[in-house]
Design a protein around this ligand. Structure first.
Ligand SMILES: *[C@@H]1O[C@H](CO)[C@@H](O)[C@H](O)[C@H]1NC(C)=O
Ligand SMILES: *[C@@H]1O[C@H](CO)[C@@H](O)[C@H](O)[C@H]1NC(C)=O
Ligand SMILES: *[C@@H]1O[C@H](CO)[C@@H](O)[C@H](O)[C@H]1NC(C)=O
Ligand SMILES: *[C@@H]1O[C@H](CO)[C@@H](O)[C@H](O)[C@H]1NC(C)=O
Ligand SMILES: *[C@@H]1O[C@H](CO)[C@@H](O)[C@H](O)[C@H]1NC(C)=O
Ligand SMILES: *[C@@H]1O[C@H](CO)[C@@H](O)[C@H](O)[C@H]1NC(C)=O
Ligand SMILES: *[C@@H]1O[C@H](CO)[C@@H](O)[C@H](O)[C@H]1NC(C)=O
Length: 406
């Protein structure tokens, strides 16, 4: 069995140095969240077409001078369109007969077209499974020997209307392979839970990404599917549109504050262009139990983005309907877990969250706890350089139950 031995991965688990703490102390802007626009956020399943469910979920966030649209769909394969407009009156227009035809171009539009300030898309193309039996080096290029991937274009999805909850502004796409020849998904599913927010805040469960009314959250959960080996790691391939000749890049931001995501001092961020544009944020951590915490935390690794020929990817009708077929794609892989430590094999459960948004990404201000500790340290400026850093570390350790590994 996998999963014995101490976790030995290196995903930012090093303790922040006192010098870093002190320099951040001088530069941190703790109230960077004030002054954001308030929005009226609504979520609806776009009424469809008679026949099998054609899931189309529209999140509309209306502000004083702008509207953000998120259109989620499992049509073809799971995908989301992000569209920002500079009017509170823009709307989504769907021509179902065109959208469901072999040439869906212009079957889905946000109108008026001249109000559009930004648009892009994410498409979830394949679920990977790797045999990590003989992989001991976590920095290895591959997480293990790949099994044949599951194409998400060959999944069938539930009727989104049944899981739609206007109170929490959430809905869940739950899918399993149409031709489940190995019966791996008899008791299993892959789900994409989408949630919008009418105010800013943090969910109760880690990784507790900071959200605003400009953003929505995606939680990917693989549960109950039989792995094909004893040491299976899973991965997800994601494609996006490239703006211009280059692919967007993923930036890694360091933070000294792990209060909301224990022992994770990193935030990864994909930006589509210079700000304000669109962004995706996530903590490089996934969880192997519903009860999320340090004991069930798995590392999440991201590959660089590569240009990909559109014809080598399964097509998403909503992306083609909105952007046309002449589009350049970039793709990247996320992999979850390592051959040691907790893993999917423990409870046949894996969850990972990310935040999508348009405008300026929410910036993690220092938590009140860390600020308080810093204020204490500031009160003793004479000790600051010598002992302050140490005190900070000790307090931090005590309150967040942080234990450095190694
Ligand atoms: C999806 O579910 C809703 C509510 O349960 C129902 O009204 C609708 O007809 C269903 N759609 C399809 C295509 O089955
Ligand atoms: C919205 O637009 C009006 C008129 O152009 C302007 O006066 C106002 O400051 C804008 N409000 C915001 C929140 O940008
Ligand atoms: C929807 O698309 C079809 C086929 O392209 C077209 O014939 C029809 O007029 C369109 N409907 C609307 C309301 O635009
Ligand atoms: C792992 O390594 C052992 C010994 O080198 C080898 O016999 C075995 O086939 C390998 N297993 C996999 C899945 O590669
Ligand atoms: C699915 O669940 C049923 C009932 O819990 C169990 O009997 C069966 O063995 C499971 N099948 C697989 C492939 O795990
Ligand atoms: C999986 O683990 C079981 C029990 O430890 C062992 O009998 C079996 O050979 C292993 N299978 C593989 C493919 O390593
Ligand atoms: C993702 O990983 C799989 C399996 O290793 C590989 O075939 C595929 O090309 C990778 N995709 C990207 C975009 O790197």
């Amino acid at each position: 069995m996998c999963g014995c031995g101490e976790p030995s991965w290196g995903w930012g688990l090093c303790a922040p140095s006192p010098i870093l703490l002190l320099s951040l102390l001088l530069s941190a802007a703790p109230f960077g969240l004030l002054g954001e626009e308030t929005r009226q956020v609504s979520l609806e399943a776009v009424p469809g077409w008679p026949g099998p469910p054609q899931n189309l979920l529209h999140i509309r966030a209306v502000g004083a001078n702008s509207t953000l649209h998120y259109v989620w769909s499992s049509l073809g394969l799971p995908a989301v369109l992000l569209v920002a407009t500079n009017t509170p009156h823009s709307f989504l227009s769907v021509n179902w007969s065109r959208l469901l035809s072999p040439e869906p171009d212009e079957g889905l539009m946000v109108l008026p077209k001249d109000s559009i300030q930004f648009s892009s898309a994410l498409v979830f193309t394949r679920l990977f499974e790797f045999d990590s039996t003989n992989v001991s080096d976590v920095t290895a290029k591959l997480p293990g020997k790949p099994y044949p991937p599951y194409s998400l274009a060959e999944f069938s999805w539930n009727n989104i209307t049944d899981s739609l909850d206007p109170a929490t502004l959430s809905a869940t796409f739950r899918g399993r392979p149409i031709h489940d020849l190995t019966k791996a998904f008899v008791n299993g599913s892959l789900s994409f839970r989408v949630q919008a927010f009418s105010t800013s805040g943090r969910p109760i469960q880690p990784p507790r990404l900071l959200h605003t009314a400009d953003t929505c959250q995606l939680e990917v959960v693989l549960t109950g599917a039989s792995p094909r080996g004893n040491c299976s790691l899973f991965g997800l391939e994601v494609a996006t549109l490239s703006q211009g000749p280059d692919c967007p890049s993923v930036q890694e931001q360091r933070s000294i504050d792990d209060e909301y995501a224990p022992a994770v001092f990193q935030l990864d961020q994909l930006l589509w262009g210079s700000l304000p544009s669109g962004f995706v944020q996530w903590r490089p951590v996934a969880f192997s139990q519903k009860q999320r915490g340090r004991e069930s935390a798995l590392p999440c690794q991201v590959s660089p983005l590569h240009p990909t020929l559109a014809y080598s990817l399964p097509q998403s009708p909503i992306v083609q309907a909105y952007f046309g077929s002449q589009t350049n794609f970039c793709a990247f892989n996320l992999t979850f877990g390592a051959s040691t430590g907790p893993g999917y094999w423990d409870q046949y459960y894996l969850s990972w969250s990310m935040l999508l948004g348009m405008g300026s990404p929410p910036v993690d201000a220092l938590s009140p706890l860390v600020l308080g500790i810093m204020a204490v340290a500031l009160g003793a400026p004479g000790l600051m350089l010598l002992g302050g850093g140490l005190i900070l570390l000790l307090h931090h350790k005590q309150y967040s139950e942080y234990q450095p590994i190694n």
